[in-house]
Ligand binder design. Structure first.
Ligand SMILES: [Zn+2]
Length: 161
């Protein structure tokens, strides 16, 4: 049974904490709308560190595969996840964060009880393509794997070609 991990984010970053594990894709409820099924697992490694500006940061690494729905044929599309996110922990004292904003590091509010799974979901959602599609010619192969009569949408997709 999977237990949701929580961390005290500032404390975790300052002491250089490390947390790793695996999340079943089925636990990522926010993503269920964009997934073709709930197969797969995502490995994560969350580390605390000090950023180049000396401020506490989290580094989140995700590695795994999930099945998105191809927006052309509506069949499952195996999508590899390889993601590294750097997240600067912002406290109320850092309210003026506009000048430390950069492209490589996102700001998130420092929380005493940070929901690690929610953070993983958030970063995954941001990284996934809006309209995932199979490569050209690969949709037909995906359709052949299914019984067409059970999947009217796959038939439609086939007719549109
Ligand atoms: Zn497709």
């Amino acid at each position: 049974m999977f237990t949701r991990p929580f961390i005290d984010s500032l404390d975790f970053a300052r002491r250089g904490g490390e947390l790793s594990g695996e999340v079943p894709v089925a636990e990522l409820s926010r993503m269920s709308d964009i997934l073709a099924d709930s197969e797969g697992k995502i490995s994560y490694l969350l580390r605390g560190l000090a950023g180049s500006d000396g401020k506490p940061q989290l580094e989140l690494m995700l590695d795994g595969v999930c099945n998105l729905r191809c927006q052309r044929c509506l069949n499952a599309l195996s999508y590899p996840i390889k993601l590294v996110s750097k997240l600067r922990l912002v406290t109320e004292g850092d309210a003026d964060s506009s000048d430390i904003e950069d492209d490589e590091v996102d700001n998130i509010p420092a929380e005493k009880r940070l929901d690690v799974l929610a953070l993983i979901e958030e970063e995954l959602m941001l990284s996934l393509p809006i309209a995932p599609k199979h490569g050209s010619g690969e949709c037909e192969m995906a359709v052949e794997g299914l019984s067409r009569s059970n999947n009217p949408f796959a038939v439609l997709a086939g007719l549109k070609k």
